[in-house]
Design a protein around this ligand. Structure first.
Ligand SMILES: *[C@@H]1O[C@H](CO)[C@@H](O)[C@H](O)[C@H]1NC(C)=O
Ligand SMILES: *[C@@H]1O[C@H](CO)[C@@H](O)[C@H](O)[C@H]1NC(C)=O
Length: 408
């Protein structure tokens, strides 16, 4: 049975045509009736479908492994369906929900079990295509001026490539805020997704507050998952959830190598500290991470848990390095593990977008500014440094090999 149709409406039409001929040998075209053609054992209307290697796909679509796809929006690498037309480069482009639906194998197709297949590959020359540039005031009250794409390009703050570099202004004394970039993925994601972020370098230094994170709508209603985050001259990465009231960590069900900080994830409690987990390795953040050549962070989000792994550059699992499909169950104990369910409803996380940013001072870096940094302590000292010493921020850049998403 053809089962690779991309939309339920198309599938219904095709199924009707096929049922009439079920069990018969491949019919001659004439047996299909006026205006219909044969595709294997199925009859179809060429106005609506095309027959690709014996498989019915919507007209104009091509076949990639098990999936029909629209070549205007996707391309096929081996059997992996990647976003972006083949001529569009590396396939980082985001897409419409209609095209996304067309790329989804229909029910009954032979998706790999236990593995997640690549969906988005944000990398190379098209890295920024799937992201929007956030230009509003920093919700965390940093001394930052988030610039739009044109301004970032003209100011030399962004350069897509291998790797993609995202910097902050390192030349100007400022009053309003230091120019920086905050990206938000156009697409949003739900449970059943793996996110992999390969960083060659992350922003570091006094006054900085970089993060790679996921956030749902109407914060904190849609939840927040902080994957890479820290401030100033921190040495250890902190991974944190922030949620609506009613989510605490089921510590008895955790299996992780990291250390719990607070265990109430409620964003309205404890000054929005959330439920954090500290990575025990000083190669997980800032200078230590950068000097080790960076590494890979991977998040598996299912309806039963959120897990984060970090891999050193020389210990990246082969499925992650390959990039077409990943099996988190083969990665060993995660550094952070938040069970979802009885103490923290899975419904507290939904429609999450990927965010990459680097702000300055503000609610976290400013409040704890001091140790290891110059000019005193606290918010005012932090802001003074950020406003007046642009050359202190030459290490405050992201160097991103890729960000990939995978779907079950
Ligand atoms: C992502 O959204 C921005 C607008 O915020 C838009 O300029 C860009 O074209 C979108 N990217 C894609 C691939 O649709
Ligand atoms: C992602 O895109 C890069 C080009 O920027 C390419 O080299 C790589 O093979 C792609 N990976 C996957 C899994 O599609």
């Amino acid at each position: 049975m053809p089962r690779r149709l991309g939309s339920s409406a198309a599938a219904a039409v095709a199924t009707a045509a096929i049922v009439a001929l079920a069990g018969s040998a491949a019919p001659a075209a004439a047996a299909c009736g006026a205006g219909l053609s044969a595709c294997g054992a199925a009859c179809y209307s060429p106005a609506t479908y095309s027959c690709v290697n014996g498989v019915l796909c919507p007209a104009g679509y091509s076949l990639c492994g098990d999936a029909c796809y629209n070549p205007a929006s996707y391309h096929c690498s081996g059997t992996a369906l990647l976003q972006g037309a083949a001529s569009g480069g590396n396939g980082a482009a985001a897409t419409t929900s209609a095209a996304a639906a067309a790329a989804t194998p229909a029910t009954g197709s032979s998706a790999a079990s236990g593995a997640y297949k690549v969906v988005d590959n944000f990398s190379g020359s098209t890295f920024f295509d799937g992201f929007s540039f956030f230009t509003a005031g920093d919700p965390t009250h940093g001394l930052v001026s988030y610039v739009d794409k044109t301004t970032a390009q003209n100011g030399g703050l962004i350069a897509a490539g291998n790797p993609t570099k995202i910097s902050v202004d390192t030349t100007n004394v400022v009053t309003g805020g230091r120019p920086s970039v905050r990206l938000t993925s156009n697409k949003s994601y739900n449970a059943g997704t793996v996110f992999v972020v390969d960083l060659a370098h992350m922003p570091f230094g006094c006054g900085t507050w970089p993060a790679v994170w996921l956030v749902g709508p109407n914060w904190p209603a849609g939840g927040e998952i902080d994957i890479v985050e820290g401030v100033n001259v921190n040495t250890n990465n902190q991974m944190t959830l922030h949620t609506s009231p009613g989510c605490t960590v089921n510590t008895g069900a955790q299996s992780q190598s990291g250390t719990n900080l607070l265990t109430n994830c409620d964003a309205t409690a404890n000054g929005n500290s959330g439920c954090g987990v500290s990575d025990p390795s000083t190669a997980s953040y800032g200078d230590g991470f950068n000097n080790a050549g960076g590494g890979v962070f991977a998040v598996e989000w299912t309806s039963s848990a959120i897990k984060i792994w970090r891999f050193a550059r020389n210990a990246i699992p082969s499925d992650i390095a390959g990039g077409a499909a990943v099996s988190p169950s083969s990665w060993g104990t995660p550094v952070a593990h938040w069970p979802l369910g009885s103490t923290c409803p899975a419904s507290f996380f939904s429609n999450m977008q990927i965010v990459v940013d680097d702000t300055f001072c503000g609610d976290w870096a400013g409040n704890v500014y001091g140790p290891g940094c110059t000019g005193g302590s606290g918010m005012a000292a932090c802001n003074y440094l950020v406003a007046n010493y642009p050359s202190r921020f030459t290490d405050a850049f992201w160097s991103i090999n890729y960000i990939r998403t995978f779907s079950a």
